[in-house]
Design a protein around this ligand. Structure first.
Ligand SMILES: Nc1ncnc2c1ncn2[C@@H]1O[C@H](COP(=O)(O)OP(=O)(O)OP(=O)(O)O)[C@@H](O)[C@H]1O
Ligand SMILES: [Mg+2]
Length: 272
């Protein structure tokens, strides 16, 4: 899993923590992060869910978090499907952790913080209605704060429903005229460099996040195609050539198709 900021001298150099609640198998998690983080665990333990949650956060900055959730099957499949609380007997594995009927409203919450800024988003189901889109997730709240910890005093931008407020220089809250639709993140609509510069700064920073997990692994993926391997060819027959080329040995791709297959998969090969 690799997610990183593309340039070196950035406002957000390192993410300090990632917070996830009610996303798939992750019920509630605040994860401290370092410059390099390695996630390991048994099959089905939630490694990919953690990674997907980070991608969803990045999608918020691209204005597409609700569409991404829809592609994942909507809140119905992405919300934590387990019980509202985990009993002592569940913890000790005396009883299985299984979904029950919910009594409380549930929301999917994602956030991160760095030394400079933090951001959190809260998505939930809409109030029941006859609308054809009544199962579409809605962005209920978004917050941007300064520093690594969210406190009332450090809050800079607060979006509740359609309404966005920003804190002015003298500490008072001001409303921004833009009214947001339930599927719009504040990053997609609020562009006020004078009153809400943090929105633009954070959006630009989050848009530099890169995710390198696009290697195809399906049956038709180029790296799975039958092809020759990289072989060492310092045979008796080749030795004359090698020494005349002043090379210790000669590594050669046996079949050119392998080379192009790897290149298609984004791997650059140099053969001697
Ligand atoms: N909505 C949900 N609520 C609760 N659990 C869920 C939900 N959606 C998926 N899961 C659980 O998430 C787990 C899969 O997690 P994930 O794919 O992140 O595992 P992984 O650690 O990446 O596994 P692998 O090593 O096999 O790739 C499964 O146990 C699945 O039951
Ligand atoms: Mg996985």
């Amino acid at each position: 899993m690799v997610a990183c900021s593309a340039a070196s001298a950035r406002i957000i150099d390192v993410l300090r923590s990632l917070a996830i609640a009610n996303y798939r198998s992750i019920r509630e998690l605040v994860l401290p992060l370092g410059p390099l983080n390695l996630v390991t665990g048994p099959d089905g333990s939630g490694k990919s869910n953690l990674y997907r949650a980070l991608r969803l956060l990045a999608d918020a900055a691209q204005g597409g978090i609700v569409a991404s959730l829809a592609r994942e099957g909507g809140l119905a499949s992405t919300l934590w499907a387990g019980p509202e609380s985990i009993s002592r007997r569940m913890r000790s594995r005396e009883v299985r952790i299984e979904g029950t009927r919910r009594k409380e409203p549930v929301s999917l919450r994602l956030g991160f913080s760095s030394d400079e800024f933090g951001y959190a988003i809260d998505l939930g189901l809409p109030t029941p209605s006859d609308s054809m889109f009544s199962r579409d997730p809605e962005i209920k709240r978004e917050c941007i704060w300064s520093g690594p910890i969210l406190r009332p005093a450090s809050l800079l931008v607060d979006r509740r429903g359609a309404h966005v407020q920003v804190r002015s220089g003298d500490g008072e809250w001001e409303s921004i005229n833009t009214r947001l639709a339930t599927f719009e993140s504040l990053f997609s609509r609020v562009a006020d460099p004078a009153r809400a510069p943090e929105v633009l700064t954070l959006r630009d920073e989050m848009q530099t996040w890169r995710f390198y997990d696009h290697f195809r692994t399906d049956a038709d993926a180029p790296p799975r195609q039958p092809a020759g391997a990289l072989v060492r060819t310092d045979t008796q027959e080749n030795r004359g050539k090698v020494s005349s080329n002043r090379k210790a040995c000669d590594f050669r791709l046996v079949r050119a198709s392998r080379h192009s297959a790897m290149r298609d998969a984004g791997v650059n090969l140099r053969s001697g």
